[in-house]
Design a protein around this ligand. Structure first.
Ligand SMILES: Nc1ncnc2c1ncn2[C@@H]1O[C@H](COP(=O)(O)OP(=O)(O)OP(=O)(O)O)[C@@H](O)[C@H]1O
Ligand SMILES: [Mg+2]
Length: 239
């Protein structure tokens, strides 16, 4: 579904990704692990083709999505046409709007009205907390509820592939489990998921496969269950 090959990326003159390769197959939940500054968000921003000034610049390599080269694709079409949903770092929901209004914004490019209504139902059944707070202003939601909203919003763009940037950040252990269980449910219902995490414990528990990134390079990859029992990973990331 997603195939990244030998990707080199720069901010200004400084290279942040030094030729990474990774792939995600349809129906998989794959995690990209790494410490602060490893290049995880940069990888996601490269896939989403985010515009300057934040944009990392691809200098070499390929990003293919369902057989199509994403590099020439403008950012709005990555979402609207290629149906890739992003749950960004720090959520970036609209605090002065309600839950429902935030979800509605994600559907702006869709015309499949009947399916949109089914998708609202789906989000509210996955996240009953959001259902209870449909008309509440988002800046009054808890951090966990905002994370759920950000995840629901990615779903509402009609995505069949969702990228998440450190969804566990700032959540209690209980909410983290709750969120990853929902991700697993979504995944089992056919959603392909690529989740960036620093929390190796939770990500390796739920993902099928994992990549480990250090200083802009992939240094290890394999089945999540294998990485979870790898002594190096245990020492550095699982405490
Ligand atoms: N806009 C930018 N301009 C210049 N350098 C940047 C920019 N954004 C990120 N970098 C650098 O690129 C490298 C990778 O950063 P990135 O944000 O991808 O890391 P990360 O793995 O997501 O880290 P974290 O877990 O802290 O979010 C870092 O060295 C960072 O300082
Ligand atoms: Mg990051």
């Amino acid at each position: 579904m997603l195939e990244i090959e030998n990707l080199h990326v720069q901010y200004g003159n400084i290279e942040a990704l030094h030729g990474i390769s990774l792939h995600v197959k349809p129906g998989e939940m794959v995690t990209l692990l790494g410490a602060n500054g490893a290049g995880k968000s940069t990888t996601l921003m490269s896939i989403m083709r985010l515009p300057p000034p934040e944009a990392p610049r691809v200098t070499q390599g390929r990003i293919m999505y369902k057989g199509i080269d994403l590099l020439p694709v403008p950012p709005h079409l990555v979402v609207a046409q290629h149906k890739i949903g992003l749950v960004p770092e720090g959520r970036r929901v609209f605090g002065n709007l309600t839950v429902l209004e935030n979800l509605k914004l994600a559907t702006y490019a869709r015309k499949d009205t009947a399916q949109i209504h089914r998708d609202y139902e789906r989000v509210f059944s996955l996240f009953p907390r959001l259902s209870d707070r449909k008309n509440q202003r988002v800046d009054t939601l808890s951090g966990g509820e905002q994370q759920m909203l950000a995840t629901g919003r990615a779903f509402m763009c009609g995505a069949d592939f969702i990228l998440l940037d450190e969804p566990s950040m700032g959540l209690s252990p209980l909410l983290m489990q709750e969120l990853f269980k929902v991700l697993m449910d979504l995944n089992q219902a056919g959603m392909t998921i690529f989740v960036v995490e620093q929390n190796a414990h939770i990500a390796l528990k739920y993902a099928h496969r994992a990549y480990l990134m250090e200083a802009g390079q992939i240094v290890m990859e394999g089945k999540a269950s294998e990485l979870a029992t790898n002594p190096e990973i245990q020492k550095a990331y699982l405490g």
